[in-house]
Each structure stands twice: as C-alpha cells, then as structure tokens.
Write a protein that binds this ligand. Structure first.
Ligand SMILES: NC(=O)CC[C@H](N)C(=O)O
Length: 390
C-alpha cells in the first residue's frame, strides 16, 4: 500500500486531515485535507481570480469540476450567512443554493477569517456542504501542468485516516468522465420561479443560472421568470415576456439539445434575446456555428475582451471551457462582437439582422469594476426597438 507521506499535525473538525489530489496522468499532489472527508472525481480546472471564492464555488457552471484557486492565500474573509436573501428572495452573496464545485484546491488555507459580514470560515462551510478541500498544494506547479497538458480528470480525497494512493488511482480510472456527464437535471430549476411583481417580464432559461444574472435583470426593471432548461417556447411565450435570457451553465453545450431547439425558434421569431456563456454557445450552435473545447479554458477576473463595434477593451470575468469556433461563424447570420485580446477566441456574437446578442464572458460578475453591466442595457435597448415596432 502506497500511503500519503504528509501526516496531519493536529486534528480538528474541519481541517488538518489527510488529503491527496491525483491527476489522470498519474501526478500525485499531497496536501492537508479540509472541509468534508470524502472522495470526489471531476475535471481539474484553475481560476486565476484574486478573490471571489464564494461566488466561484456556488457558480453552477463549476459543477463536475475540482476548482484550483491560483491566488496563494484563500479564506481570509470567511463566508457570509448562506441563508441571507434580498427583497426578491434571491440569495445575497451566493450564486446558487449550494457549493457546486466538486472540490477545492488551494495553496494556503486561512483558518482564521475576518470580515464584517462573516458567518463562518471557509473550511467550516465546506464541511457543512459535504465538500472536500485540500491545502498545501503547489498550485503554480498544478496550473503549469494543466496549461501544458490541458484540463484533465482528477481525484480529490480527504480523509480522517490514511489514504491508499494506488486504490484512489484505480477509482479514478473507472470514474465517469466530465465530458460524459449530464448536468442539466441537477442544476436547472424543476418549476418556474418568479422574482418581482413588475408587469413587464424577462424569461431566463435556467441551464444553471447564477443569481447575479437574475439580480442584474431585476435592476433593469423587469420581473424575472426563471424556467427549466427544457421548457418549450410555447410555455415560455405564455408569460408574454419582453425578452429572453439564455443563462450560463456547466458542461458541453452540445448536450443541451432541447435548449438549442428553443434557441432556434427564438432566432426564427426574432425575440429580443441575450445569451450568457453557455447561453451564448447554445445560441451560436442554434444559429449554425460549431463549438469546441479549449485546452485549459478561461477562468479568471481580468480577461481583456475587445468590442469590435468600437474597439473598446473591457476587463471581463470568465469561466468557460468551451468556445464558439470563429471560422464556423462565417456560415451563420451571426457576426463576431467581442474577441479575447489574449488568444483571439470568440467572446461575443451578434445576429446580423435580428435582436439576438450573446457574450461568452460574464457581464453580471463584478469582481471590482462594473465594466460590462452595459450588456444588460443592450438587451433593454433591443426590447425598446421591439416595442417601437409593435
Ligand atoms: N460559465 C458557463 O456558462 C460555462 C459554459 C460551458 N459549460 C463552458 O465551460 O464553456
């Protein structure tokens, strides 16, 4: 039996446990386990943001993934009360009801925390939500590995007792691959939900929507109706919405066939529409474009994107592993709207004739500046044009 060599120095309920992260290529990272003692398998990805672990961990787009934060010290501002809601009944600092990432990997975990709004520490939160975390990992080495080899499956094991590395390797081999997983039934709402009482509404098709998207649409002055990912257009239109938003979400967009069919009809009917991240990919596919998987994705808060309409550069927040193929856009009625300044990937598309816009980045995210809130205003403008025509 090959055992982990790093022995916990002291035992506590939430931290100082045995911990190991094993990659699909056989690389073993030993660390100190924290949070919940369990074994998870998922796609190892990294996010380069300096803050925002609460928003990232609760973002449904991280479902099925083991999240590495490259910022070296994590947890020092703790975690606010997860049950606190705003006047619309939307959870305040959290992007969804629970932690969505399968596990968390950090360099140094702050076991003490300080913040005016703090309710608990990060390790306690992970423990409560039955999520394993590992600290003491050389996250630079891990990130270099993922950048050079590409994202890959990994096992994260946290245990109160010794871990058998060869046994974990065997389990990892037979674990379901991220690319084969179905996420929609797990992340999407089962029933429509309404936020606000305004007479004009926007329907959000929930493929794993972040609460910040709901909040931003509310701040435009619309009632929000969140509907399941596979809701028919007929049912959507029964709400008589002014516009539609295709949300962010986990996994490969080609798996969202029903949502794609709705998107085709939405394009056909020229309903004012905004797609965000997964929603942008779904709209692109519905319009005849292709998508592909990036080697290691874009996950961070300072990704510069160029608006090709005015050559203005925006600092955007991103979390995507898939992308729209720019070549394939040529066979569609969509044109390139935003491009990533670093690698020239597609970060936004716009229909040439119809009121359909979509961004690959997250206009709702606000790690600091509110650079991209104008994207929501763009949807409102399209709705205004639509109203003027009727
Ligand atoms: N944030 C998202 O909506 C992610 C979209 C898609 N799952 C991707 O990884 O590209």
């Amino acid at each position: 039996m090959q055992r982990v060599s790093r022995i916990p120095t002291k035992k506590s309920k939430y931290a100082n446990k045995f911990g190991v992260l094993i990659l699909e290529d056989g690389t073993v990272f030993e660390g100190m386990g924290f949070g919940y003692s369990t074994s998870v398998f998922g796609e190892a990805v990294f996010n380069t943001g300096m803050t925002g672990y609460i928003e990232a961990l609760t973002d449904p787009s991280y479902s099925g993934q083991i999240l590495t934060l490259t910022y070296p010290l994590v947890g020092n501002y703790g975690v606010p009360d997860p049950t606190a809601k705003d006047s619309d009944g939307i959870r305040k600092s959290f992007e969804s009801e629970k932690i969505q990432a399968r596990g968390l990997v950090v360099h140094e975990l702050s076991l003490t925390a300080s913040h005016w709004n703090l309710a608990m520490t990060l390790d306690e939160w992970l423990y409560n939500e039955k999520i394993p975390g590992i600290s003491g990992i050389d996250t630079r080495e891990l990130t270099i590995k993922l950048r050079t080899s590409g994202v890959m499956m990994a096992a994260l094991v946290v245990s109160d007792t010794q871990i058998d590395i060869s046994e974990v390797k065997k389990q990892l081999e037979s674990a379901k691959k991220y690319n084969d997983e179905e996420f929609m039934n797990a992340v999407s709402t089962k029933e429509p939900q309404t936020f606000g009482t305004e007479s004009e509404s926007i329907v959000v098709i929930d493929t794993g929507v972040k609460n910040a998207i709901l909040r931003n649409i509310r701040s435009l002055g619309y009632k929000v109706i969140k509907v399941p990912w596979n809701y028919s257009l007929e049912k959507i239109m029964s709400y008589n919405p002014k516009g539609i938003v295709f949300s962010n979400g986990p996994g490969d967009p080609i798996k969202c066939v029903e949502t794609m069919n709705t998107a085709k009809q939405v394009i056909e009917k020229n309903i004012p529409t905004l797609g965000i991240c997964l929603g942008a990919q779904i709209l692109g596919l519905a319009g005849g474009a292709n998508t592909y998987k990036l080697k290691y994705g874009h996950r961070g808060q300072n990704k510069s994107c160029i608006n090709l309409d005015n050559d203005q550069v925006y600092v955007t927040s991103q979390n995507h592993g898939y992308c729209i193929d720019p070549e394939s856009l040529k066979n569609t009625d969509f044109k390139l709207w935003f491009t990533n300044a670093d690698d020239k990937t597609v970060e936004g598309i716009k229909h040439k004739q119809k009121k359909i816009i979509a961004v690959q980045f997250h206009p709702e995210a606000s790690p600091g500046p509110f650079d991209c809130m104008f994207i929501f205003e763009e949807l409102k403008k399209l709705i205004g044009e639509d109203n003027a025509k009727r």
